[in-house]
Design a protein around this ligand. Structure first.
Ligand code: GRF
Length: 216
């Protein structure tokens, strides 16, 4: 089987990109073939260069044709810390082939302006006992496309936005590669899929016992 070609869209530091590069480096199922940044400054670009993956910095992230051209022949498009809105014409071209990771349990704590520390501050202010990571399809609205998979983490009484962000980021790095591998294994289905966790999602010694299958 030829690995499913994956394009990763980034804007920031790129730790999720790094998790994908590490997990898929020797995978027969999926491979990161290009990294597309919303601007030339993204630190993630350096990670891509180090992994010898071709990079593109968009001139105008609002131009749908530029995005579609940039992802090229990638079958799966992963938004990993990509903060720009994907224009509707590009969403239409990438329907059920573009996914995003969000650092909370959607549909709560998502939407326009809900990124970075604001998400975790809002979770803490709400008194929620759980937060987590969500991978979902990209549609025309921020953080609204159908959910593919989620991974919960506990919220602790003494958490700050920083400590909660770190706990969520750790599971993001595990969840995202697993979802990419599962979607690739399924042949990137033309209809939305929901990946159910095996076993219970209760937390034992801070390790959520959730598994989607074998790692890459
Ligand atoms: C992650 O928390 C992701 O969920 C959100 O943006 C952050 C990106 O971090 N969409 P990184 O650039 O992957 O380190």
């Amino acid at each position: 089987m030829t690995p499913v070609p994956v394009a990763v869209l980034v804007s920031g530091d790129g730790t999720n990109l790094q998790a994908l590069l590490d997990a898929l480096r020797d995978s027969a199922v999926a491979r990161v073939v290009r990294v597309v940044a919303s601007g030339a400054g993204a630190g993630a670009l350096e990670r891509a260069r180090r992994a010898a993956v071709p990079t593109i910095a968009l001139k105008d992230p609002a131009d749908p044709a530029e995005i579609v051209t940039a992802v090229g022949d990638a079958r799966l498009v992963v938004l990993a810390g990509y903060v720009k809105h994907i224009p509707p014409a590009a969403v239409a071209r990438l329907r059920w082939r573009a996914i995003n990771i969000h650092p909370a349990l959607l549909p709560a704590f998502g939407g326009p302006g809900m990124y970075g520390h604001r998400v975790h501050a809002a979770v803490l202010a709400s008194g929620a006992a759980l937060s987590g990571a969500t991978v979902h399809y990209v549609d025309e609205e921020y953080d609204r496309g159908p959910i593919i998979a989620q991974w919960p983490v506990p919220v602790r009484p003494d958490d700050t936005p920083d400590t909660l962000a770190a706990r969520v980021l750790e599971v993001e790095h595990r969840l995202l590669p697993q979802v990419v591998v599962e979607l690739a294994r399924l042949g990137v289905p033309e209809k939305p899929v929901r990946l159910a966790a095996m076993g219970s999602a209760f937390v034992v010694a801070d390790q959520p016992s959730v598994r989607f299958g074998d790692e890459a």
